[in-house]
Write a protein that binds this ligand. Sequence first.
Ligand code: IVH
Length: 670
Amino acid sequence: MSVPASVRRRAAKLRAEIEEHNYRYHVLDAPTISDAAYDRLLRELRELEAAHPELVTPDSPTQRVGAPPSAAFAAVRHRTPMLSLANVFDEEELDAWDRRVRAALGDAPVRYVCEVKVDGAAVSLTYEDGRFAVGATRGDGQQGEDVTANLRTIRSIPLTLRSRRVPRLLEVRGEVYLPRSAFAAVNAEREARGEPPFANPRNAAAGSLRQLDPAVTASRPLQIWVYGLGYAEGLALRSHSEALAWLREAGFRVNPLTATAASLDEVRAYIREWAAKRASLDYDSDGVVVKVDDFGQQQELGATSQAPRWAVAYKVAAEQAITRLLDITIHVGRTGALTPTAVLEPVRVSGVTVTSATLHNEDEIARKDVRIGDWVVVQRAGEVIPEVVGPLPERRSGQERPFVMPRSCPACGTPVERPDGEAVARCPNLACPAQVRERLIHFASRDAMDIDGLGEKLMTQLIDRGLVRDPADLYRLTRDELLTLDRMGERLAQNLLDAIDRSRTTTLARLLFALGIRHVGQHVAELLAAHFGTIEALMAASFEEVRDIPGVGPTIAESVVAFFAAPANRALVRRLLDAGVRPAAAPAAGSPDGPLGGARVVFTGTLSRWSRQEAEALVRRAGGTPQEAVSKKTTYVVAGEAPGSKLDRARRLGVRVLTEDEFAALVGAR
Ligand code: IVH
């Protein structure tokens, strides 16, 4: 069956239009249509392609997500090796490098390009006749892994070049990173999936790129800064700055903080400026890269087998400190994952007192050979979770004890399982008290059912007194029962009952997230809620139906279907509904022309008029999208009482801050 020409033309037009909007949104940071209008274009194209599968091209924007998961990554040989950079750690070493460069060039004038060194994962993107063909990790520099399907999910990577001068073969180099503003949310998702959190955004970026299921990569808002050419056939470029300008023109995201420097003094000024800006950037940066601009001079200088002589990284080391590892404790998470945590003698690292640090998992401890009693180096990389870098074996007394992962769960004694090929050891007992407690805490938490005031301590008491065994019990608590708890007065009890009652009115996405289904984080919960509308429909869904939702895939589908097949889980849902929990179908997206059409809104602090859920519903009704983290793309931050660090961040990024009254007026609420 042939596709009518008019349909073919419409599909081509939609494709071009959608890619143009991707470019404006993700590269230029200057969208010209609302998210809802964008979604409409994408939906129309998806429908056309579904009706006429012959229309699907590999560079169609619908194909950014949707490649099936693979079993392993194929190897890719880089056309030009991906070298690393020589490091200098202070001004003196930088001077020495500059002197060597000038001497080798016979004291000819040298111009430098200064760039921010982004701490992420290096990638190479190959374009054939202007189309994105292969994307690879750095690997050992000669050969990397084919992660094309995952890179396609990054919307700022052009699928087709915009330039008219298109080389037949082009290899572009850049650094993929996870914005700092998205890091916390990604880790929350991971914990929801029962996976250990990433220690820092760099690991998160590298880990996300090496996901076998592109749907998982797509759920992480990865970004890229493109910083150079690996190979370009027939492009007449004379310098690195010209290459960057060409890359920008061709639609790549080139860091605007790049600058040329006519002298070493200008390089130093650039480094000072970078040091001042560093903390407020939305990505981790571990230094500045200085490159000789002129390609002729680059060639003259050449490279060692490791690194080019024409470039250098001026690096500031992550802040580190030395302290004693007092013990390694095991935390049992709500999915049963056993995570070893270092208990440290308190030590200050970049202005913060650190008393514990993640050790990730058993293999990491063995690889680093960290023993209890060791002196260890601790670092706060990217100013996030502290991490144990490694031991100082020369300081050992002989009293140190190697860590042994317990064979049985420290909370319930059940033998621990560790499937082949997985790094995480797990307690398989669903009734394990530690898991039950963590699941209940998760259920009540802010992003889940949002039961205000019901934190860890109170929940532990409720469990210990036998008042609560599963989430449905929360909805049957009485005032008299609450009054038997320590430090519980009339007023507090009433507040708690009110908060529990308010949580009965919730969204389906929140309820699904609250249930703690493995692999169902907030993002997936929203996809499921939007697709099924009611919990009954989801409970009746087949594996195939769940799997085929864009962004879901087989792993998640299997977990969801298995969860709702278990009689105990069905009974729990029934009891929750009987207790008056009313999950509303995904709130219909507001009109793009509403008062908040296309706006992204973040709340911080305590709101006096609405619960978080109510406020978020107001945003949606007005055509906006509520978000957790503040980024440059945030339209408004609404500050309630005692606002947190999100307010500082909003001010730093120049995001408009609203009071509750201003927000109410804007959305027309009382
Ligand atoms: S140039 C031959 N520029 O740093 C030139 N690298 O330590 C090699 N990186 O593997 C790279 N930002 O992953 C260059 N603006 C930048 C960079 C950058 C981050 C990474 C890159 C490289 C590593 C070397």
